[in-house]
Design a protein around this ligand. Structure first.
Ligand code: FDA
Length: 393
């Protein structure tokens, strides 16, 4: 029987960070993970450079059934705290766009930072360890694992969400929550590309690989970022962002001309270049392939603009500003960056992350019903929630 003050299950961003905090307070801590390697999502993140936080992170960048829950942890361990730690470790970083901070070299730098912090705090990290059972005991928790039996006072669940099962994601955290009587909200894939119905997919097939800036809107939320056409459907930052607000059956509204007024474009063309084809006009604001596909998709007449009536021009401009498309679905957990839903925040203390009715049981990171936008917010939640639990476990 191995005895520890604290066991953390899950050696990802939240688990390793929490373990280092608790170890630094003098607690004996062991992190257990079933995977071969720690921090696999960190290594994959940000195209291998890890978008480790966002300079503008605030509660408004997170989705949760209780939007207030994340406030306490985010305000007590902020992006600036993590940025200082990154600088302390001599890791070079840069802002890519919209406050998103990436490592200059490699996401490995962030994993090494976490492992060094764990080492400094004398935390034991054990990989390839399957957790077979978890039971409440008089003094805390008893675990049966493939690495032997453990006993601990505080048990922290940091096993993340369901996205990318290939990287070791499992529903373990939700099952433990249910075992101890906590409510788990329904989950769905988020920050995920959309798939399209066959007809739309065929018409847009030629555009695979092309990106355009758009305003993407759904359910009263709008993002202005790039949209990428793929051979399966629609991706790119604007689509990933809006996917978190989309529910099956919803229609997306896309303004494909966020920086141009298409009414003005067509009116000017009719006055100044009346013999130019519609496609030629549209090529002023879109790549050629996009103009062509929009004309086909909407069955517009590709004739000299002088032959288009005022009403036709208005209708074309309105469609460009407010293109309605109903996705068939999403690519699901296979390619999603995160999972929406999870352990209901009503069950947890926002200050400590401990379950209100289960002494010594904590949930941190993505397993909790707090989901960030694309852009470093999800790691910030992992650091902030891990830090909050790390002060008390
Ligand atoms: P995480 O998923 O990091 O860790 C969970 C750990 O638990 C894993 O090590 C897993 O092996 C382990 N585990 C699971 N089940 C277990 C079981 N049954 N027994 C034992 N161990 C178990 N976010 C961001 O802010 N910036 C970014 O650049 C990116 N980029 C990105 C790219 C890709 C491809 C993905 C999939 C995701 C991102 N994200 C991101 C999201 C971010 O990676 C994610 O929100 C955090 O890693 C969540 O941290 P956690 O520690 O909660 O879970």
């Amino acid at each position: 029987m191995i005895k520890r003050d604290v066991i953390v299950i899950g050696a990802g961003a939240a688990g390793l960070f929490c373990a280092a905090q608790a170890g630094a307070r003098g607690r004996s801590v062991e992190v257990l993970d079933h995977a071969k390697k720690v921090g696999r999502k960190i290594l994959m993140s940000g195209g291998g450079r890890c978008n480790f936080t966002n300079m503008y992170a605030g509660p408004e960048n997170f989705l949760s059934q209780n939007p207030h829950f994340c406030k306490s942890a985010l305000s007590r361990y902020t992006q600036w705290d993590f940025i200082s730690l990154v600088a302390e470790h001599g890791i070079a970083y840069h802002e890519k766009t919209l406050g998103q901070l990436f490592c200059d070299d490699s996401a490995k730098d962030i994993v090494n930072l976490l492992l060094k912090e764990c080492e400094k705090a004398q935390v034991t990290v054990t990989t390839r360890c399957d957790i077979l059972s978890v039971e409440k005991s008089e003094s805390g928790y008893s675990l049966t694992t493939s690495n032997g039996d453990y006993q601990c006072e505080s048990l922290v669940i940091a096993t993340g969400g369901l996205s990318m099962p290939k990287l070791g994601a499992t529903p373990f955290g939700y099952k433990i929550a249910e075992q101890f009587g906590l409510n788990v909200l329904p989950t769905r894939a988020a920050l995920v590309p959309f798939t399209l119905h066959d007809k739309d997919k065929e018409t847009l097939a030629d555009l695979s690989g092309v990106a355009v800036d758009v305003y993407a809107s759904c359910n009263d939320t709008t993002f202005k970022e790039a949209m990428l056409f793929t051979h399966r459907g629609l991706s790119g930052p604007s689509m990933l962002q809006i996917s978190s607000y989309w529910e099956a059956g919803d229609t997306l509204s896309i303004n494909t001309t966020p920086d141009n007024d298409p009414h003005e474009l067509l009116n000017n063309a009719r006055a100044q270049t009346p013999d130019a084809l519609l496609a030629t006009c549209l090529n002023k604001i879109f790549p050629k392939r996009v103009s062509q596909s929009f004309i086909e998709l909407n069955e517009w007449r590709n004739v000299p603009v002088k032959q288009l009536s005022h009403g036709e021009c208005e209708s074309i401009a309105n469609t460009l500003e407010n293109w309605h498309i109903k996705p068939n679905g999403t690519e699901g957990y296979r390619t999603a960056e995160v999972t929406i839903g999870g352990v209901n925040t009503n069950e947890l203390s926002s200050k400590t992350m401990m379950a209100n009715n289960v002494e010594g049981l904590y949930f941190i990171g993505e397993v909790v019903d707090v989901t960030g936008w694309l852009g470093g917010y999800n790691f910030q939640w992992a650091w902030s929630s891990g830090w909050a639990a790390g002060q008390v476990v």
